[in-house]
Design a binder for this molecule. Sequence first.
Ligand SMILES: NC(=O)c1ccc[n+]([C@@H]2O[C@H](COP(=O)([O-])OP(=O)(O)OC[C@H]3O[C@@H](n4cnc5c(N)ncnc54)[C@H](O)[C@@H]3O)[C@@H](O)[C@H]2O)c1
Length: 320
Amino acid sequence: MPERVKVAVVGVGNNVSALVQGIARHRATGTLVGVRRPVLDGLGVGDVDFVAAFATSPEKIGTDLGEAIFLPPNNFPRIASELPPLGVTVRRGLTGDDPGEVERVTGDLGGAEVVLYAAPSGRPETARAYAEAALRAGAAFVNTTSDAVARDPRLLSRYAAAGLPLLGDDLASQFGTSVVHHALLRLLEERGLTLTSSYQVNLGGTEDFRNLVEHSNTKHQSKLNALGADGAGAGRVQVAPLGYLPHLESQKVAHINIEAQAWGETPVSVDVKLKVHDPSGAAGVNIDLIRIAASALRQHRAGYPAEATPLLKSPPGTPI
Ligand SMILES: NC(=O)c1ccc[n+]([C@@H]2O[C@H](COP(=O)([O-])OP(=O)(O)OC[C@H]3O[C@@H](n4cnc5c(N)ncnc54)[C@H](O)[C@@H]3O)[C@@H](O)[C@H]2O)c1
């Protein structure tokens, strides 16, 4: 039996809540509903232990991770009937790239093999400062945000030289707008139809949505990357600005429209409405990214592990 993976989480938001609770629920009930890979390189869903956590909000700092995940503005519901204290006290995170602070966080990583970076998107310097701390601590780094970390060639080559895996950027939700939209566009092409125009609209009520409405700089391009919108469909696939509707809470509502032409230039129209709990879509992918990162680290496979590509919107080489 391989040893459990030691994980440090950066950002104690909705995605970490869904991940922590989902693992607890799996351990308590054995459920595999919504699990893409029950076992990945010998590691089960329950083989992940949290050893460190970082936050910036004063309410979360100093509390147990098992309590902090329920504090507002987190609004992902309770899915684990019982969650005993995890024995991990949330520590103060980085807010800039001050070298002394990076050193402190390096020391606080608690022997983590994998650092899961789940802070808000749109703060590339902070993302890279945490990646620096993980590098110094000898840990693999998973960037779930749309900020360029694995797409930064200098950082990626430093990870490769240090013998460490670096995964990112921007997780592709398990069954989110990007994968559904991409699959429909691919189907259209495979069946020989001609795309006329397409768009997606995303509405949500999480803190992530609220943040992205204000800091959409890296997210918009990342969403286009996930659709391959720089390829054949360039200019014809649009991603509308995100909408923040607090009453949706952790649910996301997406509308996808595709207009195309079929045989004889006759019109075809497709409209899809998707409703999901956004943090669940992230957790279902983060559980695999963590195990891929741990496995690559243990097998001394440095740099970017190619098997992570289907789980990401913007892997290395895609536009920033
Ligand atoms: N389906 C999805 O939910 C999805 C998909 C793709 C990418 N993402 C990305 O995943 C990330 C996490 O999403 P979320 O819904 O959990 O967001 P969230 O806003 O609920 O959680 C982020 C947490 O990080 C904290 N934080 C802010 N600055 C920090 C810092 N410097 N150090 C440590 N913590 C800090 C915030 O206070 C917050 O608690 C976001 O960047 C989001 O864009 C999410």
